[in-house]
Design a protein around this ligand. Sequence first.
Ligand SMILES: Cc1cc2nc3c(=O)[nH]c(=O)nc-3n(C[C@H](O)[C@H](O)[C@H](O)COP(=O)(O)O)c2cc1C
Length: 209
Amino acid sequence: MSTASFYDLCRRRRDVRAEFTGAPIGDDVLHRVLSAAHAAPSVGLSQPWDFVLVRDEATRRRFRDHVLAERDTFAAQLDGERATTFSRIKVEGILSSTLSIVVTYDPRRGSPAVLGRHAIADAGLYSVCLAIQNLWLAATAEDLGVGWVSFYREDFLRELLGIPAAVRPVAWLCVGPVTHLEQVPDLERHGWRERLPLEAVVHAERYPS
Ligand SMILES: Cc1cc2nc3c(=O)[nH]c(=O)nc-3n(C[C@H](O)[C@H](O)[C@H](O)COP(=O)(O)O)c2cc1C
């Protein structure tokens, strides 16, 4: 891959909700995408992630019902223009995507002496997020869409998938072939929020006061 195509991949990656086709994903493609996730850096080489592949329609339907209830909970906190704008925004593609991948964090893996985590417990969680980002970019390179769903209560998802209490579900990812990837993030297209220019977040020497 050329340097230019890598940057293009980063630019093309989108969070997908409405564009899934439901077409199958080849086993070889899925294996490559999961291998990319598993190649992520991790604090103390703890590799604290697991990937639960959820295909069962009944399980996905139960999760989708929970997500829609949580969507209502969030919507009830909004007033006026925010409420109207949010009402137009889709927050999941759980049933229309081909596959769901639930990514979890197990803080026990590699413990008790996780090299580099003694001062910052969250470093384990950061590692899982890097695996998710690798997965997301690899899926984009394979022309698949990914949609991260976080409108859920962790205990609900633990119960649904039999995840132990010590393990944190970090993401429910909807994955699959798409008709296309939008060029502009959905939240920007629907007027929820705009992307910041790079200059607004790069600072010299000290955090801005
Ligand atoms: C931690 C995390 C949680 C997210 N949760 C949701 C979600 O529940 N529903 C949703 O539609 N998008 C979700 N997103 C997607 C973001 O809205 C999206 O990444 C952002 O608007 C930028 O759009 P882009 O990813 O297409 O560039 C989530 C993204 C992240 C990183």
